[in-house]
Design a protein around this ligand. Sequence first.
Ligand code: IYR
Length: 218
Amino acid sequence: MSTPTTVPLAFRRLDEDTMRARAEAFLDLLRARRSVREFSDAPIPLDVVERCIEAAAQAPSGANKQPWTFVLVTDPTLKKRIREAAEEEERSFYGGRAPASWLKDLAPLGTNAHKPFLEEAPALIVVFAQRRGADKDDRHYYLSESVGIATGILIAALHHAGLATLTHTPSPMGFLAEILERPAHERAFLLLPVGYPRPDCRVPAIDRKPLDQVLVRR
Ligand code: IYR
């Protein structure tokens, strides 16, 4: 076993009032985040999106393998192909593949097989999970956990930067690797339309569980 090389940790200790203020501000910020399905087609600063992707790529991952690829799609032809393929999958999902109980759970969200946002949003980020490295002996670990953490950071970073997203999971998502020409060891993890909400955008009236339902203190 070789000794790992280390560097000093850059850590700034904050006073408790500052910690409280920052925790509150971050909670307020995330309370205001909502999944958006009605996007404006107005252009967005792509340099901002790229910095948010870079923020996501700072996430911790199993053995620091960083097993993710983010494909930023802005080409209208590709967006159209993605919309058409996604809608085909969704038609079969809503038209019989999904059990009645699942459709009942989705009813409050008002979703259906119609996915115009895949063309209307100025950008789509398709997050891919790499089952292994480019070299076939390079193993990856805790894939879903790692890519899930990075995706969560990405959603928070985009919201913080003033952009709306939707966590969209057309299922199955195999068509994304095909359309975006990803290698066989990558599987699509999540599709995130990114943009500004339409000025008349409405979102479902849902709320989050209060802290006492999600936190157990022992
Ligand atoms: N993928 C479908 C269905 C869907 C599933 C869940 I779970 C959601 O939270 C929302 C939708 C669709 O995108 O419509």
